[in-house]
Design a protein around this ligand. Structure first.
Ligand code: FAD
Length: 493
Protein backbone atom coordinates (compact mmCIF):
# COMPACT_ATOMS: atom_id res chain seq x y z
CA UNK A 1 0.00 0.00 0.00
CA UNK A 2 1.39 3.39 -1.02
CA UNK A 3 -0.03 5.10 2.07
CA UNK A 4 2.14 3.13 4.48
CA UNK A 5 5.38 3.32 2.49
CA UNK A 6 8.22 5.41 3.81
CA UNK A 7 8.71 8.35 1.49
CA UNK A 8 10.93 11.40 1.46
CA UNK A 9 9.04 14.25 3.03
CA UNK A 10 7.70 16.96 0.70
CA UNK A 11 8.40 20.42 2.04
CA UNK A 12 7.13 23.76 0.77
CA UNK A 13 9.28 26.71 1.82
CA UNK A 14 7.58 30.04 1.27
CA UNK A 15 10.06 32.89 0.69
CA UNK A 16 13.49 32.57 -0.97
CA UNK A 17 15.14 35.32 1.06
CA UNK A 18 18.39 34.44 2.86
CA UNK A 19 16.65 32.30 5.50
CA UNK A 20 14.36 30.44 3.08
CA UNK A 21 17.24 29.61 0.73
CA UNK A 22 19.41 28.33 3.60
CA UNK A 23 16.50 26.27 4.96
CA UNK A 24 16.12 24.67 1.52
CA UNK A 25 19.77 23.57 1.60
CA UNK A 26 19.52 22.14 5.13
CA UNK A 27 16.27 20.22 4.50
CA UNK A 28 17.43 18.95 1.12
CA UNK A 29 20.59 17.66 2.86
CA UNK A 30 18.25 15.44 4.89
CA UNK A 31 17.01 13.86 1.66
CA UNK A 32 13.66 15.68 1.74
CA UNK A 33 12.03 17.01 -1.42
CA UNK A 34 12.01 20.78 -1.21
CA UNK A 35 10.03 23.28 -3.25
CA UNK A 36 11.03 26.89 -2.62
CA UNK A 37 8.43 29.50 -3.62
CA UNK A 38 9.28 33.18 -4.05
CA UNK A 39 7.01 36.11 -4.89
CA UNK A 40 9.77 38.15 -6.55
CA UNK A 41 11.18 37.41 -9.98
CA UNK A 42 14.52 35.61 -10.17
CA UNK A 43 16.93 38.33 -9.07
CA UNK A 44 19.88 36.53 -10.63
CA UNK A 45 18.60 37.51 -14.08
CA UNK A 46 20.02 40.89 -15.14
CA UNK A 47 16.62 42.17 -16.36
CA UNK A 48 15.17 41.75 -12.85
CA UNK A 49 17.95 43.30 -10.78
CA UNK A 50 16.81 46.91 -10.98
CA UNK A 51 13.18 45.98 -10.15
CA UNK A 52 13.85 44.47 -6.76
CA UNK A 53 16.62 46.40 -5.03
CA UNK A 54 14.58 47.81 -2.18
CA UNK A 55 16.28 46.49 0.98
CA UNK A 56 19.61 47.51 2.48
CA UNK A 57 22.47 46.86 0.07
CA UNK A 58 24.92 45.30 2.48
CA UNK A 59 24.69 43.79 5.92
CA UNK A 60 26.93 42.51 8.67
CA UNK A 61 27.50 38.77 8.82
CA UNK A 62 28.96 37.44 12.05
CA UNK A 63 29.68 34.18 13.87
CA UNK A 64 26.13 32.80 14.17
CA UNK A 65 25.45 33.32 10.47
CA UNK A 66 28.81 31.88 9.47
CA UNK A 67 28.34 28.83 11.71
CA UNK A 68 24.98 28.07 10.10
CA UNK A 69 26.40 28.52 6.59
CA UNK A 70 29.27 26.18 7.45
CA UNK A 71 26.81 23.65 8.91
CA UNK A 72 25.47 22.91 5.42
CA UNK A 73 28.70 21.02 4.73
CA UNK A 74 28.93 22.84 1.39
CA UNK A 75 31.49 25.46 2.49
CA UNK A 76 28.87 28.18 2.00
CA UNK A 77 30.61 30.28 4.67
CA UNK A 78 33.74 30.33 2.51
CA UNK A 79 31.74 31.09 -0.62
CA UNK A 80 30.02 34.09 0.98
CA UNK A 81 33.21 35.32 2.65
CA UNK A 82 35.05 35.40 -0.69
CA UNK A 83 33.56 38.84 -1.19
CA UNK A 84 33.04 39.73 2.50
CA UNK A 85 34.96 42.65 4.00
CA UNK A 86 36.03 42.20 7.64
CA UNK A 87 35.35 45.13 9.97
CA UNK A 88 37.32 44.97 13.23
CA UNK A 89 35.65 47.85 15.02
CA UNK A 90 33.55 50.95 15.01
CA UNK A 91 34.97 54.22 13.72
CA UNK A 92 33.15 57.05 15.43
CA UNK A 93 32.84 60.37 13.63
CA UNK A 94 32.51 62.68 16.61
CA UNK A 95 31.25 66.24 16.44
CA UNK A 96 30.55 68.43 13.46
CA UNK A 97 34.07 68.13 12.09
CA UNK A 98 33.99 64.30 12.29
CA UNK A 99 36.90 63.74 14.70
CA UNK A 100 37.73 60.00 14.34
CA UNK A 101 37.80 57.55 17.27
CA UNK A 102 38.29 53.81 16.69
CA UNK A 103 36.73 51.22 19.06
CA UNK A 104 37.65 47.58 18.42
CA UNK A 105 34.79 45.07 18.57
CA UNK A 106 36.81 42.41 20.34
CA UNK A 107 40.04 42.25 22.33
CA UNK A 108 41.43 39.52 20.08
CA UNK A 109 40.84 41.29 16.76
CA UNK A 110 37.48 39.62 16.07
CA UNK A 111 35.63 41.00 13.04
CA UNK A 112 32.12 41.23 11.70
CA UNK A 113 31.86 41.14 7.92
CA UNK A 114 30.24 43.45 5.43
CA UNK A 115 28.55 41.36 2.74
CA UNK A 116 26.47 42.22 -0.29
CA UNK A 117 22.89 41.25 0.60
CA UNK A 118 21.75 40.55 -2.97
CA UNK A 119 24.82 38.48 -3.81
CA UNK A 120 24.48 36.46 -0.60
CA UNK A 121 20.83 35.75 -1.40
CA UNK A 122 21.62 34.84 -5.00
CA UNK A 123 24.50 32.54 -3.97
CA UNK A 124 22.26 30.72 -1.48
CA UNK A 125 19.46 30.25 -4.03
CA UNK A 126 21.98 28.87 -6.51
CA UNK A 127 23.44 26.54 -3.86
CA UNK A 128 19.92 25.25 -3.10
CA UNK A 129 19.01 24.88 -6.76
CA UNK A 130 22.15 22.86 -7.45
CA UNK A 131 20.82 20.10 -5.16
CA UNK A 132 18.75 17.71 -7.22
CA UNK A 133 15.93 17.51 -4.66
CA UNK A 134 15.29 21.29 -4.60
CA UNK A 135 13.01 23.13 -7.00
CA UNK A 136 12.72 26.92 -6.99
CA UNK A 137 9.72 28.80 -8.42
CA UNK A 138 9.59 32.59 -8.76
CA UNK A 139 6.74 35.07 -9.23
CA UNK A 140 4.47 33.00 -6.98
CA UNK A 141 2.83 34.77 -4.07
CA UNK A 142 1.29 32.66 -1.32
CA UNK A 143 -2.33 33.65 -0.84
CA UNK A 144 -3.54 31.01 1.59
CA UNK A 145 -2.55 27.73 3.16
CA UNK A 146 -4.56 24.96 4.80
CA UNK A 147 -2.14 23.57 7.34
CA UNK A 148 -4.13 20.43 8.21
CA UNK A 149 -4.54 19.43 4.58
CA UNK A 150 -1.06 20.71 3.64
CA UNK A 151 -2.41 22.67 0.68
CA UNK A 152 -1.07 25.99 -0.55
CA UNK A 153 -2.55 28.44 -3.01
CA UNK A 154 -0.28 30.86 -4.88
CA UNK A 155 -0.96 33.56 -7.41
CA UNK A 156 1.38 33.93 -10.36
CA UNK A 157 2.30 37.61 -10.39
CA UNK A 158 2.63 37.78 -14.16
CA UNK A 159 -0.23 35.66 -15.41
CA UNK A 160 -2.47 36.13 -12.33
CA UNK A 161 -3.20 32.41 -12.49
CA UNK A 162 -3.80 30.41 -9.32
CA UNK A 163 -1.21 27.73 -8.67
CA UNK A 164 -2.00 24.99 -6.15
CA UNK A 165 0.53 22.86 -4.29
CA UNK A 166 0.67 20.23 -1.58
CA UNK A 167 3.29 19.61 1.10
CA UNK A 168 3.76 17.48 4.22
CA UNK A 169 5.48 20.39 5.94
CA UNK A 170 5.07 24.12 5.24
CA UNK A 171 7.96 26.39 6.28
CA UNK A 172 7.25 30.13 6.43
CA UNK A 173 10.39 32.13 5.60
CA UNK A 174 8.39 34.95 4.05
CA UNK A 175 9.65 37.84 6.12
CA UNK A 176 8.16 40.34 8.55
CA UNK A 177 4.76 40.47 6.82
CA UNK A 178 4.50 36.68 6.57
CA UNK A 179 1.47 35.10 4.94
CA UNK A 180 2.34 31.71 6.43
CA UNK A 181 2.23 33.32 9.88
CA UNK A 182 -1.23 34.70 9.05
CA UNK A 183 -2.37 31.16 8.26
CA UNK A 184 -0.68 29.75 11.37
CA UNK A 185 -2.70 32.16 13.50
CA UNK A 186 -5.88 30.37 12.54
CA UNK A 187 -4.60 27.04 13.87
CA UNK A 188 -2.83 27.88 17.12
CA UNK A 189 -3.33 30.42 19.89
CA UNK A 190 -0.52 32.53 18.52
CA UNK A 191 0.62 35.45 20.65
CA UNK A 192 1.55 38.14 18.20
CA UNK A 193 2.84 41.69 18.38
CA UNK A 194 3.95 44.19 15.77
CA UNK A 195 5.51 47.53 16.61
CA UNK A 196 7.00 50.26 14.46
CA UNK A 197 9.71 52.37 16.06
CA UNK A 198 9.44 56.11 15.34
CA UNK A 199 12.70 55.95 13.39
CA UNK A 200 13.09 55.14 9.72
CA UNK A 201 16.10 54.82 7.42
CA UNK A 202 17.37 56.13 4.14
CA UNK A 203 20.26 54.66 2.16
CA UNK A 204 22.96 56.88 0.70
CA UNK A 205 26.49 56.18 -0.50
CA UNK A 206 30.09 57.29 -0.41
CA UNK A 207 31.71 56.60 -3.78
CA UNK A 208 35.34 55.44 -4.11
CA UNK A 209 37.94 58.17 -4.42
CA UNK A 210 40.54 58.13 -7.16
CA UNK A 211 43.88 56.86 -5.83
CA UNK A 212 47.31 58.21 -6.75
CA UNK A 213 47.62 55.48 -9.40
CA UNK A 214 44.27 56.49 -10.89
CA UNK A 215 42.53 53.37 -9.46
CA UNK A 216 39.48 53.55 -7.16
CA UNK A 217 40.24 53.59 -3.43
CA UNK A 218 38.15 53.58 -0.28
CA UNK A 219 37.41 57.13 0.86
CA UNK A 220 37.51 55.99 4.53
CA UNK A 221 39.12 53.14 6.48
CA UNK A 222 37.36 49.98 5.17
CA UNK A 223 38.17 47.88 8.26
CA UNK A 224 35.59 49.71 10.33
CA UNK A 225 31.86 50.13 10.50
CA UNK A 226 31.64 53.92 10.53
CA UNK A 227 29.17 55.59 12.87
CA UNK A 228 28.15 59.21 13.18
CA UNK A 229 26.41 59.11 16.59
CA UNK A 230 24.20 62.17 17.02
CA UNK A 231 22.24 61.12 20.15
CA UNK A 232 18.68 61.26 18.75
CA UNK A 233 19.72 59.84 15.39
CA UNK A 234 22.76 58.40 13.65
CA UNK A 235 24.32 57.53 10.35
CA UNK A 236 26.39 54.41 9.64
CA UNK A 237 28.52 53.24 6.70
CA UNK A 238 29.67 49.75 5.67
CA UNK A 239 32.31 49.08 2.98
CA UNK A 240 31.58 47.35 -0.34
CA UNK A 241 33.98 45.32 -2.53
CA UNK A 242 33.81 48.03 -5.26
CA UNK A 243 35.43 50.40 -2.70
CA UNK A 244 32.28 52.40 -2.11
CA UNK A 245 30.45 52.59 1.23
CA UNK A 246 26.73 52.07 1.73
CA UNK A 247 25.57 54.72 4.16
CA UNK A 248 22.36 54.42 6.19
CA UNK A 249 20.82 57.43 7.89
CA UNK A 250 18.58 56.36 10.79
CA UNK A 251 16.38 59.03 12.31
CA UNK A 252 12.83 59.73 13.46
CA UNK A 253 10.34 60.11 10.59
CA UNK A 254 9.56 63.53 12.10
CA UNK A 255 13.11 64.64 11.17
CA UNK A 256 12.88 63.21 7.65
CA UNK A 257 9.65 65.16 7.23
CA UNK A 258 11.41 68.43 8.11
CA UNK A 259 13.67 68.15 5.06
CA UNK A 260 11.69 69.51 2.12
CA UNK A 261 14.30 70.66 -0.36
CA UNK A 262 18.00 70.68 -1.26
CA UNK A 263 18.85 73.58 0.99
CA UNK A 264 17.13 71.94 4.03
CA UNK A 265 19.13 68.80 3.33
CA UNK A 266 22.48 70.56 2.97
CA UNK A 267 21.88 72.68 6.09
CA UNK A 268 21.03 69.55 8.04
CA UNK A 269 24.13 67.70 6.82
CA UNK A 270 26.37 70.74 7.43
CA UNK A 271 25.10 70.90 11.00
CA UNK A 272 25.45 67.18 11.81
CA UNK A 273 27.51 65.34 9.21
CA UNK A 274 29.79 67.96 7.64
CA UNK A 275 32.66 65.52 7.01
CA UNK A 276 30.28 63.17 5.20
CA UNK A 277 29.25 65.86 2.69
CA UNK A 278 32.83 66.02 1.46
CA UNK A 279 33.00 62.23 1.21
CA UNK A 280 29.65 61.81 -0.55
CA UNK A 281 29.71 64.88 -2.74
CA UNK A 282 26.77 67.31 -2.63
CA UNK A 283 25.22 66.23 -5.93
CA UNK A 284 25.17 62.53 -5.09
CA UNK A 285 23.84 63.23 -1.60
CA UNK A 286 20.95 65.30 -2.98
CA UNK A 287 20.19 62.79 -5.73
CA UNK A 288 20.15 59.75 -3.45
CA UNK A 289 18.38 61.37 -0.50
CA UNK A 290 15.40 62.47 -2.59
CA UNK A 291 15.32 59.36 -4.79
CA UNK A 292 15.70 56.61 -2.19
CA UNK A 293 12.74 55.43 -0.12
CA UNK A 294 12.50 56.12 3.60
CA UNK A 295 12.13 52.63 5.05
CA UNK A 296 10.31 51.86 8.27
CA UNK A 297 11.59 49.60 11.02
CA UNK A 298 9.21 47.03 12.38
CA UNK A 299 9.52 44.62 15.27
CA UNK A 300 7.47 41.43 15.14
CA UNK A 301 7.15 38.88 17.88
CA UNK A 302 5.19 35.66 17.69
CA UNK A 303 4.84 32.51 19.76
CA UNK A 304 4.54 29.59 19.14
CA UNK A 305 6.44 29.18 15.87
CA UNK A 306 4.92 25.87 14.82
CA UNK A 307 1.74 23.84 14.35
CA UNK A 308 1.88 20.09 15.03
CA UNK A 309 4.08 18.41 12.40
CA UNK A 310 2.63 20.64 9.66
CA UNK A 311 4.14 24.11 9.81
CA UNK A 312 6.96 26.24 11.21
CA UNK A 313 7.97 29.88 10.73
CA UNK A 314 11.63 30.97 10.71
CA UNK A 315 13.64 34.18 10.28
CA UNK A 316 11.88 37.54 10.10
CA UNK A 317 8.52 35.78 9.74
CA UNK A 318 8.93 34.71 13.37
CA UNK A 319 10.97 37.57 14.84
CA UNK A 320 11.60 40.73 12.89
CA UNK A 321 13.91 42.96 14.92
CA UNK A 322 15.38 46.43 14.52
CA UNK A 323 18.73 46.21 12.69
CA UNK A 324 20.97 47.78 15.35
CA UNK A 325 22.76 44.65 16.52
CA UNK A 326 23.28 43.41 12.96
CA UNK A 327 21.67 40.14 14.02
CA UNK A 328 18.38 39.81 12.07
CA UNK A 329 19.74 37.56 9.36
CA UNK A 330 22.38 35.99 11.59
CA UNK A 331 19.64 34.99 14.01
CA UNK A 332 17.47 33.69 11.14
CA UNK A 333 20.38 31.51 9.98
CA UNK A 334 20.79 30.28 13.54
CA UNK A 335 17.05 29.35 13.56
CA UNK A 336 17.75 27.01 10.66
CA UNK A 337 20.80 25.43 12.31
CA UNK A 338 18.92 24.86 15.55
CA UNK A 339 15.91 23.38 13.77
CA UNK A 340 18.25 21.00 11.96
CA UNK A 341 19.89 19.98 15.26
CA UNK A 342 16.46 19.23 16.75
CA UNK A 343 15.40 17.20 13.70
CA UNK A 344 18.46 15.03 14.33
CA UNK A 345 17.92 14.96 18.08
CA UNK A 346 14.35 13.71 17.61
CA UNK A 347 15.46 11.31 14.90
CA UNK A 348 13.08 12.74 12.30
CA UNK A 349 13.66 10.78 9.12
CA UNK A 350 11.38 9.56 6.38
CA UNK A 351 7.66 9.89 6.41
CA UNK A 352 4.69 7.60 6.00
CA UNK A 353 2.37 9.35 3.61
CA UNK A 354 -1.01 10.25 5.02
CA UNK A 355 0.11 9.71 8.61
CA UNK A 356 1.03 12.34 11.16
CA UNK A 357 4.59 12.21 12.38
CA UNK A 358 5.11 12.29 16.12
CA UNK A 359 8.87 12.75 16.00
CA UNK A 360 8.55 15.80 13.73
CA UNK A 361 5.76 17.25 15.89
CA UNK A 362 7.98 16.82 18.96
CA UNK A 363 10.98 18.39 17.22
CA UNK A 364 8.94 21.43 16.17
CA UNK A 365 7.51 21.75 19.67
CA UNK A 366 11.01 21.58 21.14
CA UNK A 367 12.05 24.30 18.69
CA UNK A 368 9.37 26.66 19.98
CA UNK A 369 10.22 25.80 23.59
CA UNK A 370 13.97 26.28 23.23
CA UNK A 371 14.02 29.21 20.87
CA UNK A 372 11.41 31.51 22.41
CA UNK A 373 13.56 32.97 25.20
CA UNK A 374 16.52 33.49 22.86
CA UNK A 375 14.45 35.31 20.26
CA UNK A 376 12.90 37.51 22.94
CA UNK A 377 16.37 38.33 24.25
CA UNK A 378 17.89 39.30 20.89
CA UNK A 379 14.88 41.46 19.94
CA UNK A 380 15.34 43.38 23.19
CA UNK A 381 19.10 43.64 22.74
CA UNK A 382 18.69 44.93 19.19
CA UNK A 383 16.47 47.74 20.41
CA UNK A 384 18.79 48.55 23.30
CA UNK A 385 21.77 48.73 20.94
CA UNK A 386 20.21 51.62 19.05
CA UNK A 387 20.60 53.84 22.10
CA UNK A 388 24.13 52.55 22.53
CA UNK A 389 25.12 53.24 18.92
CA UNK A 390 23.62 56.69 18.55
CA UNK A 391 24.33 57.92 22.07
CA UNK A 392 26.10 55.50 24.46
CA UNK A 393 29.29 55.20 22.42
CA UNK A 394 30.08 58.86 23.12
CA UNK A 395 29.44 58.76 26.88
CA UNK A 396 32.52 58.71 29.19
CA UNK A 397 30.74 56.32 31.62
CA UNK A 398 30.04 53.89 28.77
CA UNK A 399 33.61 54.15 27.52
CA UNK A 400 34.99 53.57 31.04
CA UNK A 401 32.82 50.49 31.46
CA UNK A 402 33.89 49.18 28.05
CA UNK A 403 37.58 49.64 28.93
CA UNK A 404 37.22 47.94 32.30
CA UNK A 405 35.21 45.14 30.67
CA UNK A 406 37.87 44.60 27.98
CA UNK A 407 40.71 44.56 30.53
CA UNK A 408 38.87 42.12 32.73
CA UNK A 409 38.03 39.96 29.73
CA UNK A 410 41.75 39.77 28.94
CA UNK A 411 42.64 39.05 32.56
CA UNK A 412 39.81 36.66 33.46
CA UNK A 413 38.25 35.56 30.16
CA UNK A 414 36.16 32.84 31.77
CA UNK A 415 34.52 35.32 34.16
CA UNK A 416 33.94 38.47 32.12
CA UNK A 417 32.86 38.44 28.49
CA UNK A 418 31.67 41.65 26.82
CA UNK A 419 28.08 41.48 25.61
CA UNK A 420 29.06 42.34 22.04
CA UNK A 421 31.51 39.42 22.02
CA UNK A 422 28.86 36.99 23.27
CA UNK A 423 26.28 38.17 20.73
CA UNK A 424 28.43 38.65 17.64
CA UNK A 425 31.39 36.32 18.11
CA UNK A 426 29.87 33.25 19.73
CA UNK A 427 26.99 30.81 19.33
CA UNK A 428 26.06 31.07 23.01
CA UNK A 429 22.24 31.25 23.31
CA UNK A 430 21.12 34.89 23.22
CA UNK A 431 19.20 34.53 26.48
CA UNK A 432 22.32 33.25 28.24
CA UNK A 433 24.34 36.16 26.86
CA UNK A 434 21.67 38.58 28.04
CA UNK A 435 21.49 37.06 31.54
CA UNK A 436 25.25 36.91 31.87
CA UNK A 437 25.60 40.52 30.79
CA UNK A 438 23.23 41.58 33.56
CA UNK A 439 25.01 39.43 36.13
CA UNK A 440 28.37 40.87 35.07
CA UNK A 441 26.94 44.38 35.16
CA UNK A 442 26.92 44.46 38.95
CA UNK A 443 30.53 43.30 39.26
CA UNK A 444 31.66 45.60 36.47
CA UNK A 445 30.11 48.55 38.24
CA UNK A 446 31.90 47.54 41.45
CA UNK A 447 35.15 46.92 39.56
CA UNK A 448 34.76 50.21 37.68
CA UNK A 449 34.11 51.94 40.99
CA UNK A 450 37.28 50.47 42.49
CA UNK A 451 39.33 51.49 39.45
CA UNK A 452 37.79 54.97 39.53
CA UNK A 453 38.30 55.32 43.28
CA UNK A 454 41.82 53.92 43.09
CA UNK A 455 42.71 56.31 40.30
CA UNK A 456 41.20 59.29 42.14
CA UNK A 457 43.05 58.34 45.34
CA UNK A 458 46.29 57.91 43.41
CA UNK A 459 45.81 61.31 41.80
CA UNK A 460 45.21 62.94 45.18
CA UNK A 461 48.24 61.23 46.76
CA UNK A 462 50.39 62.01 43.72
CA UNK A 463 49.39 65.67 43.88
CA UNK A 464 50.12 65.82 47.60
CA UNK A 465 53.52 64.12 47.19
CA UNK A 466 54.45 66.19 44.20
CA UNK A 467 53.74 69.37 46.15
CA UNK A 468 56.24 68.10 48.70
CA UNK A 469 58.64 66.79 46.01
CA UNK A 470 58.38 63.28 47.52
CA UNK A 471 58.12 60.96 44.57
CA UNK A 472 57.65 60.50 40.88
CA UNK A 473 53.96 61.33 40.46
CA UNK A 474 53.47 59.41 37.22
CA UNK A 475 55.05 56.24 38.65
CA UNK A 476 52.92 56.47 41.74
CA UNK A 477 49.80 56.99 39.72
CA UNK A 478 50.58 53.94 37.56
CA UNK A 479 51.27 51.78 40.62
CA UNK A 480 48.03 52.83 42.29
CA UNK A 481 46.06 52.23 39.10
CA UNK A 482 47.52 48.73 38.73
CA UNK A 483 46.71 47.96 42.37
CA UNK A 484 43.13 49.10 41.73
CA UNK A 485 42.92 46.88 38.62
CA UNK A 486 44.27 43.89 40.56
CA UNK A 487 41.66 44.42 43.27
CA UNK A 488 38.96 44.57 40.61
CA UNK A 489 40.31 41.39 39.04
CA UNK A 490 40.32 39.57 42.43
CA UNK A 491 36.78 40.68 42.98
CA UNK A 492 35.42 39.07 39.83
CA UNK A 493 37.48 35.87 40.22
P1 FAD B 1 13.39 38.42 4.10
O1 FAD B 1 14.77 38.84 3.79
O2 FAD B 1 12.37 39.48 4.32
O3 FAD B 1 12.91 37.46 2.92
C1 FAD B 1 11.57 37.04 2.82
C2 FAD B 1 11.33 36.55 1.41
O4 FAD B 1 9.98 36.07 1.31
C3 FAD B 1 11.48 37.66 0.39
O5 FAD B 1 12.27 37.21 -0.66
C4 FAD B 1 10.04 37.95 -0.04
O6 FAD B 1 9.96 38.42 -1.36
C5 FAD B 1 9.40 36.58 0.13
N1 FAD B 1 7.93 36.63 0.35
C6 FAD B 1 7.27 37.49 1.18
N2 FAD B 1 5.94 37.22 1.14
C7 FAD B 1 5.79 36.18 0.28
C8 FAD B 1 4.64 35.45 -0.17
N3 FAD B 1 3.39 35.75 0.27
N4 FAD B 1 4.81 34.45 -1.06
C9 FAD B 1 6.06 34.11 -1.50
N5 FAD B 1 7.18 34.78 -1.10
C10 FAD B 1 7.04 35.79 -0.22
N6 FAD B 1 20.59 41.49 9.58
C11 FAD B 1 21.85 41.08 9.88
O7 FAD B 1 22.06 39.93 10.28
N7 FAD B 1 22.90 41.95 9.79
C12 FAD B 1 22.74 43.25 9.39
O8 FAD B 1 23.71 44.00 9.33
C13 FAD B 1 21.43 43.69 9.06
N8 FAD B 1 21.23 44.96 8.63
C14 FAD B 1 19.98 45.37 8.30
C15 FAD B 1 19.77 46.69 7.89
C16 FAD B 1 18.50 47.13 7.58
C17 FAD B 1 18.31 48.56 7.16
C18 FAD B 1 17.40 46.24 7.67
C19 FAD B 1 16.02 46.70 7.35
C20 FAD B 1 17.59 44.93 8.08
C21 FAD B 1 18.87 44.48 8.41
N9 FAD B 1 19.11 43.16 8.83
C22 FAD B 1 20.36 42.75 9.17
C23 FAD B 1 18.00 42.21 8.98
C24 FAD B 1 17.90 41.27 7.78
O9 FAD B 1 17.74 42.02 6.61
C25 FAD B 1 16.72 40.34 7.96
O10 FAD B 1 16.72 39.79 9.24
C26 FAD B 1 16.80 39.20 6.93
O11 FAD B 1 16.68 39.72 5.64
C27 FAD B 1 15.68 38.21 7.19
O12 FAD B 1 15.71 37.22 6.22
P2 FAD B 1 14.39 36.40 5.89
O13 FAD B 1 14.79 35.48 4.78
O14 FAD B 1 13.81 35.85 7.13
O15 FAD B 1 13.33 37.49 5.38
Amino acid sequence: MTTSENKPRNVAIVGAGPVGALTAVYLANRGWNVHLYETRPDMRLPENKAKIQNRSINLALSTRGLTALKGTGLALDELIMKSGLPMRGRMLHIGQEGHLVSQDYGVHGECINSVDRAKLNEDLITAAEELNNVKVSFNLTLKRADLDKGTLEFQNKETKETVKAHADLIVGCDGAYSSVRNSLMRYVRLDFGQEYIPHGYCELSIPPKVGTDGKPEFAMDPEHLHIWPRHKFMMIALPNPDKSFTVTLFMPFANFEMIHNESDLLNFFEQYFADAITLMGKDLLIKEYFKNPKGSLVMVRANPYHYKDRCIILGDAAHSMVPFYGQGMNCGFEDVRILDTLLSEFDVKSHKEGESDTSLALALEAYTDRRAKDLKAICELALYNYTEMRHGVTSPVYLMRKKVESWLHLLVPSKVIPLYTMVSFSNRPYSEAYARHHAQGFWLTVAGGIVGLGTATALAVAGWKQRRGLADAAGLLKAAFLTAMQSAQKLVQ
